[in-house]
Ligand binder design. Structure first.
Ligand code: XIL
Length: 328
């Protein structure tokens, strides 16, 4: 029949997919992106290392806007929401910043300039941004991950970045995004405290829980509890970067029917939990890739094969796709 992820969630929440500008130009991808999804996020093309290509002799940032411009044009042509990912992330650091020999104040000025330039250029075209990604440390006893941003800008660097973003474009929605939010209650508590602090100065609009989960972990109750904690805050909720691993035990060499059904059940649970969030707080569920063979969880990164997405290598809908629809 004609039901798609997009039609099934219309007027409810966005269903997003991580894309690349290159793939938007490939007909087979384009067909599914535009048929099934209402929102896009660049898997890599809007990260700092992709945009900020250097610093010129006068100290000005050199930009490459080509991929972002292409994605914005694609979104406009196809009526897609754009969630920007991500302004500040320690794992997407331009060489020129890593090697920057200037003072801490000059470093901070570059960050302010970068955030201001990006938000000004795409004002009204990008609806929301992950301002800072993965800034909270995994160690329960450490608040901030030790990054160049912490070292150069100090313990209030996250707040500074949100303030730069708010000042550059008061209308764009500002998100904080992080992983392990569902099962690591200690880390989640640190994020929730950050949210409270940012809300005091009206500097945040939403939170992304990266949903890199397994078919059998965490429990449904853990996901529910983590979601309830966010519903208690005055923020939009993004289930970001959803993919569902099925091979953590490395017992599969191909996706079996049994495991595909278990994965579909998991996707259904996640969608059910999201869909039950009060309407005004539901922002989006974003899949971290379109089809299984495009996943970032390739053996080189992940140690074993995975089939974590809603479409198979031939662009066919998997059981997990049906699980998404059943969760609504
Ligand atoms: C990943 C991409 O999927 C990869 O292609 C890239 O090589 C590294 O980044 N958390 C995030 C995402 O916030 O930006 C990451 O995306 C996956 C983990």
């Amino acid at each position: 029949d004609d039901i798609t992820l997009k039609s099934a969630t219309e007027n409810n929440f966005f269903v997003g997919v991580a894309v690349s500008e290159t793939r938007t130009n490939l007909p087979a991808y384009d067909e599914v992106y535009t048929r099934e999804f209402s929102s896009i996020t660049a898997e890599n093309d809007m990260k700092m290392a992709s945009i900020f290509t250097g610093i010129d002799g006068s100290g000005n940032i050199i930009y490459d806007w080509s991929k972002v411009d292409g994605l914005i044009a694609y979104a406009e042509a196809n009526n897609l929401n754009v969630h920007g990912h991500t302004l500040i992330w320690h794992r997407s650091l331009p060489q020129a910043l890593e090697n920057f020999a200037g003072t801490d104040q000059e470093f901070e000025d570059l960050i302010e300039q970068y955030i201001t330039d990006v938000l000004t250029r795409y004002q009204g075209k990008i609806n929301s941004w992950d301002v800072v990604n993965e800034a909270i440390d995994d160690d329960p006893n450490i608040q901030w991950r030790n990054t160049i941003f912490l070292q150069r800008m100090g313990v209030d660097y996250v707040e500074k970045c949100f303030a730069f973003a708010r000042a550059a474009d008061p209308n764009v929605k500002l998100f904080y995004n992080d992983y392990n939010m569902t099962f690591d209650a200690t880390k989640r508590g640190k994020v929730l405290t950050l949210v409270d602090d940012l809300l005091l100065n009206d500097l945040i609009d939403g939170v992304g829980y990266q949903m890199h989960i397994d078919y059998n972990f965490p429990t449904k109750q853990q996901i529910q509890d983590a979601t309830d904690d966010l519903v208690a805050k005055d923020v939009l909720i993004h289930f970001a970067e959803l993919d569902v691993k099925v091979n953590a035990a490395n017992d599969l060499t191909e996706l079996t029917e049994e495991r595909a059904i278990a994965q579909a059940q998991r996707v259904k649970e996640v969608v059910e939990i999201f869909n039950a969030i009060p309407q005004s707080k539901k922002y989006a569920i974003t899949l971290w890739g379109l089809k299984d063979n495009d996943t970032w969880l390739i053996p080189e990164n992940n140690g074993r094969p995975e089939w974590p997405l809603l479409f198979d290598a031939s662009f066919n809908k998997k059981e997990a796709y049906q699980g998404f629809l059943e969760g609504l």
